[in-house]
Design a protein around this ligand. Structure first.
Ligand code: SF4
Length: 260
């Protein structure tokens, strides 16, 4: 990765040399502290022995996993032979997962963006299943692990849809995709009901996003950070789970009278 400075060599600096250079640099840093403070309110020093070259690779992968990079994309970036190796970066401890669910269950909304908190962490995990844009509480789909949606994942029009802040990036991506598809439908001169169906889906998903964003903005900074950490942990859990099969969405007129 790092070419040698000497002329006449078509080689890279070897790993041992990089490790020694890094150690020298770290040892010379005047001050290295953590975010934690001791009983006197002074920052706790960072353990310098925890800084070594391989840790950068680990952190790089961990950050990608926490930022929703898709499993196979990260596998390519890390040059892993098997996705099982990459999967290790998506693993979240049971304790962390339980805490994330306990936090998230209080911030669930329905398809109209109204608060619909889940009564307990167990209910969140047992009575719902993660589908691409939120949790689904439709019993037969929950039983099937999320792969048997009876109306082809048109969640924003479905009474069983239960999104929460951990799904925000997925919903926003989906809105962008729907907009692109709507433009394509227009360019192809499709019937008006096809375009209308895209517009109705975009508007209803946008309602969900707006409602969750307003909820986040109204929270104290610490609570919001805590919720964002819980969101990232749950996204990691879901990224490591097998994805439900999403069938192509047929263009049918949206039923605006289906509200609960
Ligand atoms: S549309 Fe979404 S919420 Fe409704 S049953 Fe299908 S997967 Fe579940």
């Amino acid at each position: 990765m790092f070419p040698t400075a000497r002329h006449g060599y078509d080689a890279c600096i070897d790993a041992d040399t990089v490790a020694k250079m890094l150690r020298r640099w770290v040892d010379r840093l005047p001050e290295l502290v953590t975010d934690t403070v001791d009983k006197d309110g002074l920052p706790v020093p960072f353990d310098r022995s925890r800084i070594f070259a391989y840790a950068f690779r680990h952190t790089y992968a961990q950050r990608h996993a926490g930022a929703d990079t898709e499993l196979h994309t990260l596998r390519d970036l890390m040059d892993h032979k098997s996705a099982d190796t990459t999967m290790g970066y998506f693993k979240v401890s049971m304790q962390k997962r339980r805490e994330a669910v306990e936090t998230m269950r209080k911030h669930v909304v329905d398809r109209s963006g109204n608060a619909a908190s889940t009564p307990s962490a167990t209910a969140y995990e047992v009575r719902s299943v993660a589908v691409p844009f939120g949790n689904c509480t439709e019993p037969s789909n929950v039983k099937a692990g999320g792969g048997r949606c009876p109306i082809r994942f048109q969640c924003s029009g479905c009474a069983f849809y239960r999104p929460d802040p951990s799904f925000l990036p997925a919903v926003e991506d989906h809105i962008r995709a729907l907009k692109a598809e709507r433009e394509m439908a227009r360019a192809l001169g499709t019937a008006e009901f096809v375009v209308r169906n895209f517009s109705d889906q975009i508007d209803s998903f946008q309602n969900v996003v707006t409602s969750i964003r307003l909820q986040l903005e109204a929270m104290p900074e610490d609570d919001r950070r805590h919720l964002e950490e819980a969101s990232a942990a749950l996204r990691k859990v879901r990224a490591a789970a097998p994805a439900p099969v999403v069938l192509p969405v047929p263009s049918v007129p949206a039923q605006s009278t289906a509200d609960e």
